[in-house]
Ligand binder design. Sequence first.
Ligand code: ATP
Ligand code: MG
Ligand code: MG
Ligand code: MG
Length: 487
Amino acid sequence: MTSTEIRQAFLDFFKSKGHEIVPSAPIVVKNDPTLMFTNAGMNQFKDYFLGNRQSPYPRVADTQKCLRVSGKHNDLEEVGVDTYHHTMFEMLGNWSFGDPALPTAGYFKKEAIAWSWELLTEVLKIPKDRLYVSVFEGDEKDGLPFDEEAADEWKKWIAEDRILKGNKKDNFWEMGDTGPCGPCTEIHVDCRPDEERRQADGKTLVNADHPQVIEIWNNVFMQFNRLKDGSLQPLPAKHVDTGMGFERLVRVLQNKTSNYDTDVFTGTIAAVEKITHKKYDGSDSKQAIAFRVLADHIRAVAFTIADGQLPSSNGAGYVIRRILRRAVRYYYSYLNYQQPLLNQLVPVIAEQFKDVFPELEQQQAFVRKVIKEEEESFLRTLEKGLKRMDELISGKTAGTLAGKDAFELYDTYGFPIDLTRLIASENNMTIDEPGFEAAMQEQKNRSRSATTVDTEDWQQVHAEAPVTFVGYNDLNVSTRVIKYRKV
Ligand code: ATP
Ligand code: MG
Ligand code: MG
Ligand code: MG
C-alpha cells in the first residue's frame, strides 16, 4: 500500500464506525497559553474534554499535523539520529466525546480496543504475533489503580503474555504540565527479522528497547484534568482519544526498517541526493543523519510557515528559526553544500501533500521565499561561526564551553543554543548553560538601557547635524543594533 492509501484506509475504517472525518487543525496554536504548537491530535478538542464546549459530533477521526520540538513533548534531539521520531509528523486519531447529552453515540475502552485490533490485524493485516500492548500499572502518588478494564478487553484479542504493564511515564498520557489526561494503552510492533525474534524467544521488547520494536498507537482514556497544583480533577465525562504515528504505521506496512525508507520521505531524500550529488545510504554516519534531518526538518519548517508562523527571534517563531538553522548546519557541514538548499525542497513536499494539506501548495511561493531568505541570512554568518567554534574547542576532547563563548556564538553568529549544544556534544563537550543564560540576561539589560540612550542621542543628533549609517554592530539579524555617526 502507498502512504496515501494507508492514510485513507484509516479514515475509511473509522468512517465506517460512525466517525465524522474532520480537518487537521493548524500546527501553530494561537489561543492556548500552555502550548506553542499542536503536539497531539487531541489539542483541538481540549475544550470538549474540559466540558467548556460541546462537540458537534460524538465521534470524529482525522490526521493531525503535529510538532514535538518544545515543552513536555520534545523529540528534537532524537530526530535524524533514530529513524522514527520526527519533528513534524502526522498523528492519525479517532475520538469519542463522552458527552452526557449523547450517551448512546459515545464509546469507551471496549470499542476503542476492539477497533484498533480490527484495523491493525484484519484491515491492515499486521501479523498478530508481532504485536504487543501495554496497559497502565497504576500510580500510588496520584492514587490511580491498575487499568484492569483495559487489560480485560485486550485479553479478548491477544495472548496474556503480550499484555505488559507500563508506568506513569509511558502509560498515563498528559498533554502538558496541566490539562486533560488519563491512563492509556499502547500498541507496539516488533519488526525484527523472524530469525532474530526466534532467537530472542521469551523476551518481550517494547518501544525504545530495540530500534526495530516501535510504538505505533496510543489509546488514551481521558478522565482527568491535571491542575497547576499537580492534583487530578475528574472530567465531567469520559472520552476516548487515540493517536497513531502515521509515518511509523507506513514503515511497518511497507516493511521498512526506517521511516525514511517509506514513500513519505523517499521523494525528499531523492531530491537532496540530486541537489548535493551525494548518496543516502541509511547508515548512522553524519552524512546519513544529515539526509534524515533535512527530509524531516523541511516538513516542520514549511508546514509551520504555511500555517502562519514566520521564523523570528522570539517565541514560536524562534523555534522555527532554530529548526531551520539546525538543518542548514547539517547540509553545510555534512553534505558539503554551501548554498540555500531547504527552500528547493518546498515544491517536492507541496506536491506530495497537495491533496492532504493543500495549504502548503497554495502558499508555495511565499513559503519558499521566506525559507530562502532565512537560509541566506544564516549562511552569511555560519562559516565564520563554525571557525570561531573550532577555535573555542580546538585541542579539547572534552569539557565545558564557557557561557560567554556560547553567547558570543549566539549573538554574533546567530547560533541558537541548541545548535551550539549539538556541535559541542559532537566533540564530547557540554555548555555552561547558566553562564549562557546570564550573558543573555546581561545583554537584555544592556540593550534596554541602550534603547533609552539611543532615543536621546537621536534627538540631539537631529538638532545638531545629519547622520550617516555606519553599519550593524554584528552580523546577527535578530539582535543587531544599528549604529549612526554624526557628520
Ligand atoms: P515515543 O515513546 O516513541 O516517543 P510517545 O509515547 O511519546 O512516543 P504519544 O504521545 O503516545 O507518543 O503519541 C501517539 C503516537 O504518535 C505514538 O504512538 C507514535 O506512533 C507517534 N509519535 C509520537 N511521537 C512521535 C514523533 N516524534 N515522530 C513520529 N511519530 C511520533
Ligand atoms: Mg515521545
Ligand atoms: Mg511512548
Ligand atoms: Mg505513547
